[in-house]
Design a protein around this ligand. Structure first.
Ligand code: AMP
Length: 194
């Protein structure tokens, strides 16, 4: 894994445990020469992650859409910043640069990005590993929702199983390194007809 996209909050959360884990991820990336590709922000979890990697002399590449390129939110000290015209172009750009995706705690933006990666995996357009760092069981309700979708016939178990989960970054990266994408056709049949 040379480069990984990390999606995470533009907020920091109410408990210090979230920022602490963002720091641990940053330290791990720098120590193991894993380059970060991320949303390019300097605020919230994104800022903590990027700053930690920079402090430890690692690589940080930001991909930010034009409309978010304000001084208040865009990080100005990272290794490289790529500016895209649209939000949608940013995702394409990020996906071309990375070997896998990780989500840390976040909000709508984080979920949008990780679910887009999952959708690409589900369609067989990509077969990159997708991990979730489950700090403080943050994603437990979301994973529960996904199990509910399997139970109700809207999500295949094999696609649900694409999501790798751990509360330790070292273990998560290890799982990602061993990831085998599910075998599937590029055309998704309706799950309910299974
Ligand atoms: P959220 O989880 O809603 O806080 O959104 C965070 C995710 O959306 C990040 O992974 C970023 O890629 C993107 N994002 C949201 N807000 C910003 C911002 N102000 N600057 C850069 N990226 C952002």
């Amino acid at each position: 894994m040379q480069r990984i996209a990390v999606f995470c909050g533009s907020s920091i959360g109410f408990k210090p445990v979230y920022a602490n884990d963002a720091k641990k991820v940053g330290e791990y990336f720098a120590k193991n020469n894993i380059g970060l590709v991320y949303g390019g922000g300097k605020i919230g979890m994104m800022g903590v992650l990027a700053d930690t990697i920079l402090k430890n002399k690692g690589e940080v590449i930001g991909v930010i859409p034009h409309l978010l390129r304000h001084e208040e939110v865009a990080h100005t000290k990272i290794t490289k910043m790529i500016i895209t015209k649209k939000m949608s172009k940013r995702k394409v750009k990020i996906s071309k640069m990375v070997d896998g995706y990780i989500a840390l705690a976040g909000g709508f933006g984080t979920l949008d990005e990780i679910f887009e990666a999952l959708t690409l995996g589900q369609l067989g357009i990509e077969n990159k590993p997708i991990g979730i760092l489950n700090t403080n069981d943050f994603f437990k309700p979301m994973l529960h929702q996904l199990d509910h979708m399997v139970k109700e016939g809207f999500l295949k178990q094999s696609n649900r199983d694409m999501i790798l989960v751990s509360d330790q970054i070292k273990d998560l990266i290890h799982q990602m390194g061993n990831y085998q994408a599910p075998k599937m056709s590029k055309v998704v049949n309706t799950v309910a007809s299974k």
